[in-house]
Design a protein around this ligand. Structure first.
Ligand SMILES: O=C(O)CCC(=O)C(=O)O
Length: 330
């Protein structure tokens, strides 16, 4: 029996995989930001540079009684929104994208989505290239000081007088957002109440584009599909286009969130927590009118930074993708 040198075979297989990646990256266009979560400094961003840090505590929706939900209206400008939407749909028309970037949408029962940055999985997410428009947006978050994990930890440390200067760099390293769900909802469609779960760190940021909707938070998952307004809504937030919603802590771990399947939202002052910020009134009915896009930006806790996949690993990535698509059909 001939003995097989598995190490050599494995190396050979990796070489092939590397060659494949090199070929697919050969025509690297300016749309790629490669392995980084930020776009490179020499690339022109679709967003203007932010020079001031945002004091997140000013945007906290205290009245929710839920720790913690923040709402920032007009986080990006109309021009930036247009450039972002254009960049999102331009990917659909491109002949070739860079390795790991996603061209095709996944159609679920209620929405279409693109899973950007990798497939979250209990054994770790294989990092994939993020499109340039996401890297650009990550930079905006970074420049604005919206390193939410860091903010929460600093607040906690401040309370216990443990704030140490040299921790800052370390924390900002941890909090780079590496995974984004791009959702596209036809008018009248939403997303069932769900929790985002433990594969991510306990912070989610939602950038809304093109139109409005109410996002509801629940302590208990409502039982049926909504025909009527669920009785057990703890609170809701009216999401305007270009706004940034951030929820973390208990709002992330203990509460469900969802968007109802309606083509118009009615404001209820006993539930809606950002009526002033969004300039809406009790009983006001706001039609959604058009397709809504949202970017849900998060950090997957466990990643596999390996970018050279053998064919077995590539098969495994595909298997995980399918597992994940089934898991999120909400
Ligand atoms: O589109 C939204 O506003 C919510 C998205 C969401 O809940 C999710 O991606 O988990």
């Amino acid at each position: 029996m001939t003995s097989i040198d598995f190490a050599a075979l494995y190396q050979e297989e990796r070489k092939k995989a590397l060659a494949q990646i090199k070929t697919s990256n050969k025509n690297k266009s300016s749309s790629a930001c490669s392995s980084s979560v930020f776009s490179r400094d020499d690339q022109r961003s679709i967003f203007r540079e932010r020079v001031e840090k945002i004091d997140l505590s000013k945007y906290k929706l205290e009245a929710t009684g839920i720790d913690s939900i923040y709402y920032i209206g007009e986080f990006i400008s109309k021009e930036e929104e247009k450039a972002l939407v254009d960049a999102i749909y331009q990917d659909d028309d491109k002949k070739e994208l860079n390795y790991g970037e996603k061209k095709s949408w996944v159609s679920l029962s209620k929405r279409r989505l693109k899973n950007l940055g990798g497939v979250p999985h209990p054994s770790g997410m294989y990092l994939e290239n993020l499109p340039k428009y996401i890297c650009d947006f990550n930079k905006v978050l970074y420049q604005s000081g919206l390193d939410v994990e860091q903010f929460v930890q600093e607040e906690e440390q401040m309370e216990s007088s443990l704030l140490v200067q040299d921790k800052t760099a370390q924390l900002s390293q941890q909090a780079s957002y590496n995974q984004v769900l791009l959702n596209e909802y036809q008018c009248g469609k939403g997303i069932r109440p769900h929790k985002d779960g433990p594969l991510y760190s306990d912070v989610a940021l939602v950038l809304s584009l093109q139109t409005t909707c109410l996002i509801d938070f629940y302590a208990e998952k409502p039982k049926a599909e909504y025909d009527e307004i669920p009785a057990n809504i703890a609170c809701n937030v009216f999401l305007q286009p270009r706004s940034l919603l951030i929820f973390c802590g208990k709002a992330y771990t203990d509460y469900f969130h969802g968007v109802r399947d309606v083509d118009r939202d009615e404001i209820d002052s006993t539930k809606c927590m950002n009526m002033n910020q969004a300039n809406v009134e009790h009983a006001q009915v706001i039609p959604r009118g058009t397709t809504r896009l949202s970017l849900t930006i998060r950090k997957v806790r466990r990643v596999v930074s390996e970018k050279v996949f053998t064919s077995h690993e590539a098969e495994e990535i595909e298997r995980r993708r399918k597992w994940w698509e089934q898991a999120i059909d909400n």
